[in-house]
Design a protein around this ligand. Structure first.
Ligand code: SF4
Length: 96
């Protein structure tokens, strides 16, 4: 259904006759890490991601997997590092 709140005029799966059904009832603006990404769309309400209603979530576990301004190699390297295992390795005094 067509959004009538943040992204006015955009077809969105979260929009219904009862209003926006996304968490909090609205999309969330881009984060600092998003700057430079081609998925950013500017609306009178601010800058939002065209692919995610909450960009901050895309960065919680490392690099955003759909960002256009991050090189593929960087994304792969970020995926290889398991923070839990890295923490255990560091605690054990090992680097790899
Ligand atoms: S695709 Fe990722 S980096 Fe790009 S704007 Fe959306 S959340 Fe931000």
């Amino acid at each position: 259904m067509i959004c009538t709140t943040i992204k006015d005029g955009v077809d969105c799966v979260f929009m219904s006759n009862a209003g926006c059904g996304y968490n909090g009832g609205r999309c969330h603006p881009i984060t600092e890490q998003c700057e430079g990404c081609a998925r950013i769309k500017e609306y009178p309400t601010g800058k939002y991601c065209s692919a995610s209603p909450d960009p901050a979530i895309k960065w919680v576990r490392g690099l955003c997997n759909i960002a256009t301004h991050i090189k593929k190699e960087e994304k792969i390297e970020a995926l290889k590092v398991n923070p839990l295992k890295a923490s255990k390795r560091a605690a054990a005094g090992r680097n790899k």
